[in-house]
Design a protein around this ligand. Structure first.
Ligand code: SF4
Length: 361
């Protein structure tokens, strides 16, 4: 495995020194789809740091690059996805830091599940329909720890199912005999089989109703507290994250446009896109209000306009926005919110007054 240095000082990176005890540092990750002369850039020099034990929510509309970030960082990107640049530094508790993108295939196989695991969208597609639930979890354990005896693997499968709230008498059930919520819990149990230090969850609750979504996310937050793993939770529903995530990163058109503590992002969004996303969901508490939404649709990544990719939909766009793409960085309020990063000229252009709804409160 390759030895690595500490945090980069590249633009847009929330320096690892600002995140207590980082477990994952995604640095300058660029991903394109397609080969030849006109590949489509779907991730553009993305930087993201995750603290040990932290639950980070990654939110944005469909097609903004959330899943590509997860698959790129863990080398699960299917063709024609190509990683053009970047490093993904994993810092396990008991082993040297390594760059996931540089691992040999053998080391990568060992690192998956042991160090980091992914829960994918659509549990029905991830579970084998012709195998019993318990056997599938036991197979996962045996595949990575071949020396484990079958009885031990069975005990472990029962323990994992119990941990996620599934009665052990469902060990013999087939996936179609379980509800959607149970199937998704079973996937979480399988991902935790080798006690990874990092769990990446790609819209794991999207197919479930909102009550079940919230319940599962709360259970993940609880398991995280008990077992001490870190979580990146990907969703298009930012409202789901507000009460359980420590920090939220918002993506738009292949870039991270805002990062902040979850409560800060919810109460005081600084980026017009974050503000729009939050106004697209009903408030958690208080009086009912009309949902605002965001006019228009995300840009075609194959033909991105010059300047800020959000300019065509932004109610605050001004001349500079149409020629210069803003860089993720601290806001004018950095003294009071040092861990907030925003990619918006409103917060860096001294000649522009920040609209009251995005200003310091
Ligand atoms: Fe809106 Fe300009 Fe900020 Fe982009 S840079 S979000 S267009 S104000």
């Amino acid at each position: 495995m390759t030895a690595v240095t500490t945090a980069s000082g590249m633009p847009g990176a929330l320096a690892a020194s600002q995140v207590a005890d980082p477990i994952l540092e995604i640095r300058d990750l660029t991903v394109e789809y397609g080969f030849g002369e006109n590949p489509v850039r779907v991730l553009d020099h993305v930087n993201l740091t995750l603290g040990r034990g932290e639950l980070l929510g990654l939110a944005g509309e469909s097609g903004c690059g959330k899943s590509t970030l997860a698959y790129g960082a863990t080398r699960l990107l299917p063709p024609p996805g190509v990683i053009r640049s970047g490093e993904v530094i994993f810092r396990g508790r008991d082993r040297d830091a390594y760059d996931i993108l540089e691992l040999r295939d053998k080391d990568l196989r060992a690192a998956r599940w042991r160090d980091f695991a992914i829960v994918f969208q659509g549990a029905m597609n991830s579970l084998n329909p012709v195998h019993r639930l318990g056997d599938q979890i036991m197979d996962a354990v045996k595949a990575h720890q071949p020396k484990v005896k079958r009885a031990e693997a069975r005990d472990r499968a029962a323990y994992l199912l119990d941990m996620v709230g599934i009665s052990t008498d469902r060990m013999k059930a087939y996936p179609h005999q379980l509800s959607g919520g149970m199937r998704q819990r079973a996937m979480i149990a399988t991902a935790l089989a080798l006690e990874p230090e990092l769990l990446i969850m790609d819209e794991p609750t999207t197919a479930l109703d909102v009550v079940m979504q919230r319940q599962i996310l709360e259970e993940i937050a609880d398991l995280r507290q008990r077992l001490g793993f870190s979580v990146i939770f990907i969703t298009h529903d930012v409202s789901l994250l507000v009460e359980v995530a420590d920090r939220i990163a918002i993506m738009y058109a292949g870039e991270i446009v805002e990062q902040a503590g979850a409560q800060d992002a919810y109460r005081r969004p600084r980026h017009p896109y974050t503000k729009g996303l939050l106004s697209s969901f009903p408030p958690l508490r208080g009086a009912r209000r009309e949902l605002g939404g965001i006019p228009g649709s995300p840009p075609d990544l194959a033909a991105l306009p010059a300047g800020c990719p959000f300019a065509a939909r932004c109610p605050h766009a001004f001349d500079r926005c149409r020629v210069e793409d803003p860089v993720l960085g601290p806001t004018a309020f950095a003294a009071t919110e040092p861990t907030r990063l925003v990619a918006c000229h409103l917060h860096t252009d001294p000649g522009v007054e920040v609209p009251a709804e995005l200003a310091l409160r």
